[in-house]
Write a protein that binds this ligand. Structure first.
Ligand code: CDP
Length: 791
């Protein structure tokens, strides 16, 4: 482990890594942020979308005459009209197709059926009510468990020859070896676990402003996207527009959490509308539209099995998963990974064998399956392993910490190849676990629990230990729709020594304008305040695959460090000319080159920048200017880890859970800005408490979405979460140029099992071994009475 130098908040301004207040905050806290809905263009029209009121129905007819007659309406467009232009269907990120506007039938409640373009937002909404759609109702498939039953209604009869709801089967690991360890194990524990469908629920919903200039043949699209460059390429492919004539601008974004990775029909409708009416068009969905129709996360029905020796040595893990992909397979994951990175379900443990199989099905629900609030399915994998390990502890009557400790991968085993083929780059797990136990006072907590139990109180202590896999990805085996998962970065140092760094990733609140300036500052010695970070505009930034799954720091952060080193290498040559010394005789101290042994003979990076652009000769073969560009292709993912301890109290009379304490010790390698990391962790922990206790998008038997507003879809507030207690260890990534690993989604991945483990632990006196999320009072009540709540 290496020590990390931290500058206390609000004191000296650090150069490079350290606690630095966020550069973007003055703009955001003063209301000067510019979000998509703030974009106002001359002559701009407004678009509203008519959505299906039911989950499954054939479209018999659509009468748009009354809507077209509305005095403020400029256009009404149906799926049929789009089909004439070849635009009724678009590719999804998983190589499926999704209807932009339904042509044949609607396949989920909330699906896009038609759109209206009007002079103002309210007229567009009013006119939706004038569209008369005749539907022929069909039976829906709502429960994924019934999707493959013979005779089940077929959701995707648009696909050639499709007569069932099967999407894919995928497996990983070694089935025979796993079965063999299960045969000889002393103990085998099985449990059914449901990770319910949840929503990323960013504060800002999705939207776009499209402006097509028919004279220039140029499209500008302001949109809520986490991946502007990838979106631009896909628009070029779908709409047939030349890519260099498309500019995608992602201005300030009010949270993404994976929700803004896919291309949604609304974006395409806005583009089509601008092409059709020849004016800029804005589409901004409302909260309900966002909750019912855009990318969900999870929806994995898992059977987990674990095999061990009587003294707690874990031998193998196997699992069977039924994945509900909704009406279109729009999961966001690298092409070769249909179940995302679920393959890391062996967690942080050194085991002998593992096997997983995943079957995905179509149902009459909204499509999705997105990163972060999904983390390429690592969230599901970590939940599975951390829950099933606790079930094993329950059966063995062993302390869950002792069981984990006994099986953690040891530091000398890294790089560690898991039984499913993932190469964990580095890790030192035991100190992280110890730190979480120290901060929480674990032994004392267990004593307190004993005393409380004796008094009939229900106190629970839950532990989780997770390993994340972030930074997709090495382009040799990771792509999205054929686009390699690498990221570019460009750095220009101006003559006066101020700099601009241009990124291909896209911040949605993670603080990139600060941390990327810090990365460059650390390498090149220009203060972060003198470095502007540009992102979110395809005309002004290099190509790359964007921000999701905590990939910014592992991929683009590496690119930023490398581009700064490239500039520094050139600066060294220029400095050698200025100091009349050999390049090899110069040494770098942050911000200046000096002649070795003669520190008075030195030049600062600012002086070098001026010389690079100024009059006078430069060393032979060196061009003027001080700038560089790189495209970084990561060698491997980075593998952050963490140990979490959660303490809950359950009210025996109301079954209400309250989270009393939560201790999170994270290891994300080299820490660029500890303050921002803490913010990321706090947010992810709140997310985890929400999912464990409150969040779920349920459906009734007809496929009506019952989580379409924040009255029904409960998000945690300050009232539901404790004061977070955080700690850290530092195990740098050996292949990342500055040793940093991602952290953005770690807490979302690691916290749900800690909370559930704590609640189940509280219910131990009732003999409870498992209860499914969200652990609402009614579910906890049922669990206490031995009743299973249908999930
Ligand atoms: O891709 P995304 O930005 O969502 O996730 P990330 O790469 O984990 O970074 C989230 C934020 O934490 C960014 O501002 C990072 O620069 C910062 N971070 C850090 O300061 N040190 C790390 N080791 C990892 C992330």
């Amino acid at each position: 482990m290496t020590a990390v130098e931290e500058t206390p908040a609000g004191t000296a301004e650090p150069v490079g890594h350290g606690r630095m207040l966020r550069k973007e905050d003055p703009r955001l806290v003063r209301g000067r942020g510019r979000f998509v809905d703030d974009v106002q263009l001359q002559g701009m029209l407004h678009l509203a979308i008519l959505r299906a009121p039911m989950a499954h129905a054939r479209i018999v007819s659509i009468d748009t005459a009354a809507a077209e007659a509305h005095p403020k309406v400029k256009a009404v467009v149906t799926g049929e009209a789009l089909a004439e232009k070849g635009l009724a269907w678009m590719p999804t990120l998983s190589n499926d197709v999704q209807a932009v506007l339904a042509t044949d039938k609607v396949r989920f409640q909330g699906q896009e059926v038609a759109f209206v373009v009007a002079e103002d937002h309210y007229s567009a909404r009013d006119a939706l009510e004038l569209i008369d759609v005749e539907y022929d109702m069909l039976d829906p498939v709502v429960d994924a468990r019934r999707a493959l039953e013979p005779g089940s209604p077929v959701v995707r009869d648009d696909l050639d020859g499709k007569d069932d709801n099967h999407v894919f089967d995928w497996e990983t690991g070694d089935r025979a070896a796993t079965d063999a360890v299960f045969e000889r194990a002393d103990v085998v524990v099985s449990e059914d676990l449901v990770y319910p469908r949840v929503h990323p629920a960013p504060m800002e919903t999705c939207g776009a402003v499209a402006d097509f200039d028919s004279v220039e043949g140029r499209l500008t699209l302001w949109s809520t996207t986490q991946a502007p460059h990838a979106h631009r390429t896909l628009y070029a492919m779908v709409a047939g527009l030349p890519e260099h004539k498309i500019r995608v601008v992602a201005p300030d974004i009010g949270g993404g959490f994976g929700n803004k990775v896919p291309i949604y029909p609304g974006y395409v409708c806005a583009i089509v509308a601008s092409l059709v009416v020849g004016r800029p068009v804005k589409w901004m969905e409302d909260r309900s539209e966002n909750l019912v129709s855009t990318g969900f996360a999870r929806d994995y029905i898992m059977r987990g099995e674990i095999a061990a020796t009587r003294d707690g040595r874990i031998l193998g893990i196997r699992t069977n998963v039924l994945a509900d992909h909704g009406a279109f397979n729009a999961q966001a994951a690298p092409s070769k990974y249909p179940a995302g990175f679920f393959g890391v379900f062996t967690g942080s443990y050194d085991i002998e064998a593992a096997h997983a199989e995943v079957t995905a099905v179509y149902t009459n629900k909204a499509p999705g399956g997105v990163a972060y609030a999904c983390s390429f399915r690592i969230t599901e994998a970590v939940y599975l392993v951390e829950r099933i390990v606790d079930c094993l502890a329950h059966e063995l009557e062993m302390d869950p910490v002792a069981l984990r400790s006994k099986n953690l991968i040891r530091p000398e085993q890294f790089p560690y190849t898991t039984r499913t083929g993932w190469v964990y780059d580095s890790g030192d797990y035991e100190p992280t676990l110890r730190e979480a136990l120290r901060i929480s006072g674990y032994d004392e907590l267990r004593k307190e629990q004993e005393e409380r139990r004796a008094r009939g109180e229900l106190m629970g202590i839950g532990v989780s230990f997770f390993t994340e896999a972030v930074g997709a990805g090495p382009r040799k085996n990771m792509d999205i729709l054929g686009l390699g998962m690498a990221d570019g970065c460009e750095l220009r140092v101006h003559p006066t020594g101020k700099a601009v760094v241009r990124l291909s990733v896209q911040t949605q609140g993670q603080g990139h304008e600060t941390t990327f300036a810090q990365i460059v500052a650390e390498e090149i010695g220009i203060p972060p305040q003198d470095i502007d970070v540009l992102h979110g505009d395809t005309d002004n930034t290099p190509f790359g695959l964007g921000t999701y799954g905590s990939r910014s720091t592992p991929v683009s952060g590496a690119a930023a460090a490398l581009v700064a080193r490239k500039v520094r290498d050139k600066a060294r040559i220029i400095a050698s000319g200025m100091l009349e010394a050999n390049v090899t005789d110069l040494e770098w101290t942050k911000g200046a080159f000096a002649v070795k042994g003669d520190p008075d003979r030195s030049v600062t990076i600012q002086e070098i920048a001026l010389r690079a652009h100024g009059a006078g000769d430069l060393p032979d073969g060196i061009e003027g200017g001080l700038e560089a560009q790189v495209c970084y292709n990561p060698e491997n993912l980075t593998y952050p880890h963490g140990a979490y301890v959660c303490v809950v109290d359950v009210d025996p009379d109301t079954a209400q859970v309250s989270v009393r304490r939560f201790v999170a010790v994270d290891d994300c390698g080299t820490r660029i800005n500890p303050m921002i990391i803490e913010g990321q962790v706090h947010g992810g922990l709140a997310d985890g408490v929400g999912m464990a206790l409150m969040e779920m998008i349920p459906f009734d038997e007809e496929g009506n979405c019952l989580g379409g507003s924040f009255m029904d879809y409960l998000l945690p507030t300050a009232l539901e979460v404790p004061d977070w207690e955080t700690g850290h260890t530092v195990t740098p990534s050996p292949h990342h140029p500055i040793g940093a690993k991602g952290v953005g989604e770690s807490a979302t991945v690691g916290s749900p099992p800690a909370v559930v483990n704590a609640v189940v632990d509280a219910l131990k006196p009732f003999g409870v071994r498992h209860a499914d999320m969200p652990l609402t009072p009614s579910r906890v009540w049922d669990a206490m009475r031995g009743r299973a709540t249908p999930s």
